[in-house]
Ligand binder design. Structure first.
Ligand SMILES: Nc1ncnc2c1ncn2[C@@H]1O[C@H](COP(=O)(O)OP(=O)(O)OP(=O)(O)O)[C@@H](O)[C@H]1O
Ligand SMILES: [Mg+2]
Length: 597
């Protein structure tokens, strides 16, 4: 974590130095007060009063200046630290594979990026200042007390022992409570993120009441924990006051005796009073640091976990940068989804070899096939049969668990990831648009695409029609996630975006599912002539959408049960025939009625 301090090292180092200087000046002031009282006030010497008065003023001013500078440096260091942490985290998340994101969960990553880092930022700033100020002031004040009168210091020692014991007692309880508070925060955040992100679904299912009461329960729980923690913390003050007043009474009693004896001056007693306050305050501050450390330790661990996580999919040494053709081969491919049970393994547990149990779920079993470059291949199968999983292996969104996936004659793991993903364009089933204009979104496909090229791609994807009907055409703004477009419109834009990449392999994962049959047919027809030489994989639910393909892959429960053209499959594959008959009968999908000639 400390590596992330980066270029804010100087302010991080200056803060404690400046704070220490401030404290030294602060601590010396009561000592000068003693001289002012004894040599000035008691002796009635105006000269000394001016002299010591001016000295005190100067030191107070200097102390103020150092204090301000220290505050500035601390702010710079802590906000800079947080900024660096955020970018380091963001940078590492960009390298994550789908499996890594599954492991951390999106909402988990957002919480870590926001609340956890904010709490670290506050803790860092405070610790830079207070962790120096408190012990330094404590030690200096004790030394000053010893210098003034060692006999009276016994009072402080007794007071310190009493105070430390009671503080320790309170703090350890509070720390335990705060741990629970943070766990509760996690679930609260998860609930907020899930529900705000999916507010449309919540509304559609009229779940507002349930979701609100679920949230209220979590908030109530948090409130109770906080109240308990804060009431314990509130005990700090009365205890502190009791000890301080006890000290003052004892000091006054013994001090008065010593003054009468002549072994202590009035000024010295006055400064001792100030030091006693300073010592006890420093103890309080130290105890607060411990609370803060326990609070931020949990956040630090959560943030470090993301920053240090090694992406599970990376480039090999000397990767290939050119995908020569669009042929695809699967050789005995098996794929398991590994789901990590939350919460993520704690480092302490990991140290003892007690890692979180993982359970595997096979989504593909022993899949083998070859596709020649330039072919158009359909993929069909029931929901959950592994179609999306199969295509995600081609551009290495996931890595195979066993076997090999070859593209252009080479294992996909031999390619440079960027080159591979540039050559393989996927329109994901859960596609996404980003806030910006339509053109901006299309240029995700290729940054330097001209407006004409964008229009041509939109024509193939049958998107040009609705775009031209929009008031600002291609410059229409798309809201976050594309919410101001219909599902079918979004899908067509996503197809156009993928076409602009002019890939060697184009994968459409159920990409026209939200389009009407006529539009679907238009897109299919235009795709047949577009991008000749590009291998096209078309996943569909409707046989009508894939029957024209050169060959069709039939998947059932993660197994490949058929591979051939429409006629061949009708004769040899019972499942395919069943689906075809259901979809072609009157009771089937009305879209397929009458079919397409
Ligand atoms: N991220 C994931 N983590 C764990 N299991 C997953 C994940 N994604 C999919 N699965 C599981 O893998 C299996 C295959 O899913 P896949 O998404 O490939 O099906 P599909 O054929 O594309 O289905 P659909 O037609 O509904 O899109 C399913 O049983 C699913 O539960
Ligand atoms: Mg799917």
């Amino acid at each position: 974590m400390l590596q992330q301090v980066g270029r804010y090292k100087l302010s991080s180092l200056l803060t404690p130095v400046l704070t220490a200087t401030e404290v030294v000046l602060d601590v010396l002031i009561p000592y000068i007060t003693a001289s002012l009282i004894d040599k000035g006030l008691v002796a009635g010497d105006m000269e000394s009063i001016y002299h010591y008065g001016a000295l005190m003023l100067l030191m107070a001013l200097l102390s103020l200046c150092f204090g301000i500078l220290a505050g500035r440096c601390a702010a710079q260091a802590s906000t800079g630290f947080a900024a660096n942490l955020r970018s380091a985290m963001y940078r590492n998340i960009q390298t994550f594979s789908f499996a890594d994101i599954d492991r951390f969960s999106t909402s988990g990553l957002v919480t870590r990026m926001t609340s956890d880092i904010t709490s670290l930022q506050n803790a860092y700033g405070q610790i830079l200042r207070v962790s120096v100020r408190a012990p330094f002031r404590l030690v200096l004040s004790i030394i000053m007390c010893l210098v003034i009168d060692a006999r009276l210091s016994i009072i402080f020692i007794v007071a310190m022992i009493v105070l430390s014991m009671s503080l320790y007692n309170i703090i350890s309880r509070v720390a335990r409570l705060f741990k629970q508070v943070f766990k509760q925060y996690d679930s609260l955040n998860q609930s907020v993120q899930e529900n705000v992100a999916a507010i449309r679904v919540v509304k559609a299912f009229v779940r507002e009441k349930e979701e609100t009461s679920k949230f209220s329960r979590a908030a109530e729980q948090l409130y109770k924990l906080y109240v308990r923690a804060e009431s314990l913390m509130a005990l700090n003050h009365p205890i502190m006051n009791m000890v301080v007043y006890g000290c003052i009474i004892a000091l006054s009693w013994y001090g008065a005796h010593f003054i009468v004896e002549g072994s202590l001056t009035t000024g010295e007693l006055t400064s001792l009073f100030t030091y006693v306050m300073s010592i006890l305050q420093s103890l309080m501050m130290l105890s607060m640091i411990f609370v803060m450390l326990t609070q931020s330790a949990a956040s630090a661990e959560r943030v470090a976990e993301v920053i240090e996580a090694k992406a599970s999919i990376t480039n090999c040494d000397a990767p290939l940068t050119k995908v020569t053709d669009g042929s695809i081969s699967f050789k005995h491919v098996r794929f398991d989804y590994t789901a990590t049970i939350k919460p993520e393994p704690s480092r302490m547990l990991a140290l003892f070899g007690n890692t979180t149990p993982q359970h595997k779920r096979s989504a593909l079993f022993d899949i083998s096939f070859d596709i020649e470059s330039g072919a158009t291949i359909g993929v069909i199968g029931g929901t959950g049969s592994g179609k999306s999983t199969l295509v995600s292996l081609i551009c290495r969104l996931y890595d195979v668990s066993h076997g090999q996936v070859l593209v252009g004659g080479h294992d996909v793991r031999e390619y440079d990831l960027t080159s591979l993903r540039t050559a393989v364009a996927v329109v994901l089933q859960q596609n996404m648009l980003f806030s910006g204009t339509i053109l901006d979104n299309l240029r995700w496909g290729r940054a330097d695409a001209t407006e004409e090229e964008c229009k041509a791609a939109c024509h193939i994807a049958a998107a040009d029609e609705f775009i031209s009907q929009m008031p600002e055409g291609y410059n229409t703004r798309i809201e976050q996630g594309g919410t101001n477009l219909s599902g079918g419109q979004r899908q067509r834009l996503c197809i156009a975006r993928a076409l602009l990449k002019q890939p060697r392999i184009l994968i459409l994962d159920d990409s026209t599912s939200a389009c009407d049959t006529a539009t679907d047919a238009i897109i299919r027809q235009r795709l047949q002539t577009a991008l000749p030489g590009t291998t096209k994989l078309i996943i569909a639910q409707r046989i009508l959408s894939v029957r024209h393909c050169d060959r069709i892959l039939v998947l059932e429960n993660g197994q490949l049960t058929g591979f051939g053209n429409h006629e061949h499959l009708l004769q040899t594959n019972a499942t395919y025939r069943d689906i075809y008959e259901i979809q072609n009968s009157d009771s089937g999908d009305f879209d397929t009625k009458g079919g397409e000639s």
